[in-house]
Unconditional design. Structure first.
Length: 296
């Protein structure tokens, strides 16, 4: 199975919301769809789902054009949508049957997901009686109940407390192990970095970065230096061609051109008898790459 998005275009009046975006998802796993608000992420998702008509380009699943009728997708939208006054169990049964499931299969799936997401006790509650986090769990179930091949998650961890965020993460890992294809759109770079092998970053409807995450990070090299210490070292940094990115309560984030620069600074710090709590040369994080690319 594979998803192939090629030269996708969508305009609204004079504005080009999606401008010739292309990417491929060829293996099960999580693909990151990243960008700031207004970058074109949701518009791209809606075209993949067939909710919006594309103006140009192609979207193929297993080599065949995608239509709402032919492809078994699951979708968790950023703007959640449950019937506020209907019982949860009735809503899930309704959504499952809309996806072509029979009554027995729906009941089995509901019981499984109620137990897996720890919401069994709320089966006869209405959506408006649930907390925001539990509403999100129910919405998550609507995206998974019919065992979709491709699952699109738009800000799935938004608003979740740490316990429920970890629960969602464990479910996503399980889905990947089952061979599911997942597109995840999120502002939480650390979550994307945990999951994704491949990603695309959009800005103003255009692609600014697309590829394998490990290869992208490796291409930047080990150009970031983290130093944690309680004493001021800015005077030691100056004049070395090292850029100070940020300073916080624990220390410094620096941009270096080579390991030699870092080790030269380390020698000066040691000579000055300054105690170090941390000295780490590393590749940039996805968050740092994202800020650099969308800020250009």
């Amino acid at each position: 199975m594979s998803l192939d998005v090629s030269s996708l275009v969508k305009t609204f009046g004079e504005k080009t919301a999606v401008d010739h975006i292309s990417f491929k998802i060829q293996n099960p796993g999580v693909f990151g769809l990243l960008g700031t608000n207004g970058a074109g992420k949701t518009t791209t998702i809606r075209m993949i789902l067939g909710i919006l008509e594309k103006d140009d380009g192609s979207i193929q699943w297993n080599g065949k054009p995608v239509t709402r009728e032919t492809v078994k997708f699951g979708y968790l939208p950023e703007e959640r949508g449950l019937y506020p006054k209907a019982k949860i169990v009735d809503q899930l049964s309704y959504f499952g049957k809309l996806r072509g499931m029979d009554g027995k299969s729906v009941k089995k799936a509901i019981n499984y997901w109620f137990d897996r997401l720890k919401v069994t006790e709320y089966s006869n509650s209405t959506a408006e009686q649930l907390s925001k986090g539990n509403q999100q769990k129910i919405q998550f179930i609507t995206a998974l109940i019919h065992e979709p091949e491709l699952i699109i998650l738009d800000e799935p961890l938004s608003g979740l407390d740490p316990v429920n965020a970890d629960l969602f993460k464990s479910v996503i890992y399980e889905l990947v192990e089952k061979g599911k294809f997942i597109i995840m759109s999120s502002h939480q770079m650390e979550s994307i970095e945990d999951y994704c092998e491949d990603l695309i970053i959009l800005k103003d409807g255009k692609t600014v970065l697309n590829g394998n995450l490990k290869e992208i990070k490796s291409s930047y090299g080990r150009t970031n230096l983290t130093i944690n210490c309680k004493e001021e070292i800015e005077t030691l940094i100056k004049g070395r061609g090292i850029n100070l990115i940020s300073k916080n309560a624990t220390g410094y984030e620096l941009k270096i051109k080579s390991d030699e620069q870092a080790y030269s600074l380390l020698g000066e710090i040691i000579s000055s008898k300054i105690r170090l709590d941390k000295f780490e040369i590393r590749e940039p994080s996805l968050h740092e790459i994202f800020i650099e690319k969308v800020g250009e």
